[in-house]
Ligand binder design. Structure first.
Ligand code: IMP
Length: 183
């Protein structure tokens, strides 16, 4: 269900784009799809890209009905609403852990694809058995790096969205639904 409810947060007005029921429904479907693809034998290593994917990762793993492990990484290319065109940070786990593992990167949103491309290139050096991406959102109109997003919940147009982990200058991550900031 697409909602158009408008809420106030501090001095800002936010218009709801996708409500929490719809997010939950899509996340559950995605968890089942990944579980089916992995099969009984695999224990995939999920890598949550902080901070934006924390809420998505939490719900995705709660819905994942199989054996799995979780790691966290921090990697950011954004300041405000504009990509800086380069990835600033890459910190977190011991990357040697990915060797011979089936890895699923959990990302909040793939925009230009720079962040995910950088992470894929970095992880490939440590020879995982496979690497797939599970992103809550993809913006196909913005994609300009060579990446295949096997798992995603929603395709969205070129708009800046917040909520459910996604921020604007660190605000709005706590909102349980997805919003567009009203001018
Ligand atoms: P990319 O490297 O250009 O693909 O940008 C991906 C990262 O930019 C995401 O992990 C987010 O942190 C951030 N980002 C891109 N679009 C949005 C948006 O609409 N809202 C909030 N963050 C975004």
């Amino acid at each position: 269900m697409i909602s158009s409810e408008i809420i106030s947060v501090g001095a800002d007005k936010l218009k709801c784009l996708i409500n929490s029921d719809e997010i939950r429904h899509k996340v559950d479907l995605l968890a089942n799809q990944i579980r089916t693809d992995m099969g009984e034998e695999e224990t995939p290593l999920f890598i949550c890209v902080l901070k934006g994917a924390f809420m998505f990762a939490s719900d995705l793993l709660k819905a994942y009905k199989g054996s799995c492990e979780l790691e966290f990484i921090r990697l950011s290319s954004y300041n405000g609403t504009k990509s800086l065109g380069k990835v600033k940070k890459l910190i977190g786990m011991d990357f040697k852990e990915v060797r011979e593992r089936r890895v699923v990167i959990i990302e909040d949103i793939v925009d230009t694809g720079l962040t995910i491309r950088t992470l894929l290139d970095h992880l490939a050096v440590f020879k995982p058995k496979s690497i797939d991406i599970a992103s809550l959102f993809v913006k196909p109109a913005r994609l300009c790096h060579n990446v295949t997003i096997k798992y995603y919940c929603f395709e969205i147009p070129d708009a800046f969205i917040v909520g459910y982990g996604l921020d604007y200058d660190e605000k709005y991550r706590n909102l349980p639904a997805i919003y567009v900031i009203q001018k």
